[in-house]
Design a protein around this ligand. Structure first.
Ligand SMILES: [Zn+2]
Length: 186
């Protein structure tokens, strides 16, 4: 026995499941519903007006599904790993189940390249430590000490300034890269 209630339940099922049900199954279900609506009208269970409304609703549903399919094809959607719903590729939280699908971007503290350079100007390695590169900063301090020591045998007068300038440049450029998100703090 055909009845209107079954049609409404079928719509409810398809509208809620359009992003989850396998597309072939979805289209098959739509075709079955289409036939069911026409038969129900022929048998006088629903009026012509009702049949028109239902068919229009079904067309909308199938168009939406095809549009979603097109987005998948164009890579504009993703599947929620939690509930399997097809959702916007840009979505951070699944609108279907509310679970976060994208990691919260890691907050990176901004560094002043000017301060980093000044600190390394004052003391080799200090700007690196300011940038969060503790290990590198300590190595720069030790190398600075050793090169300062070589000044006793004159060669340090060449090596130390070269290293000192490099150390200032490194502190400055690393801070810039951290701010640009190119390097993380090590
Ligand atoms: Zn979900």
């Amino acid at each position: 026995m055909r009845d209107k209630e079954k049609i409404l339940r079928a719509f409810d099922y398809l509208e809620r499941g359009k992003n989850k049900i396998d597309k072939d199954r979805f289209r098959e279900s739509c075709n079955v519903l289409n036939k069911y609506i026409l038969d129900a009208y022929k048998e006088g269970i629903i009026t012509e007006e009702e049949a028109d409304t239902f068919l229009e609703r079904l067309t909308t549903l199938m168009t939406e599904e095809r549009k979603a399919e097109k987005y998948v094809y164009e890579g504009k959607t993703q599947f929620c790993q939690h509930c399997g719903a097809r959702i916007n590729a840009e979505a951070e939280i699944c609108p279907n189940c509310g679970v976060r699908v994208k990691e919260i971007p890691v907050y990176t503290e901004k560094k002043s390249s000017g301060i980093a350079a000044v600190l390394s100007f004052l003391f080799t390695g200090l700007g690196q430590i300011y940038n969060g590169q503790i290990g590198k900063g300590i190595v720069f301090m030790i190398v600075g000490f050793i090169l300062a020591g070589t000044m006793l045998i004159l060669i340090g007068f060449i090596l130390y300034p070269i290293f000192w300038i490099y150390n200032i440049y490194d502190a400055y450029s690393t801070a810039e890269k951290i701010n640009a998100g190119v390097v993380g703090r090590r």
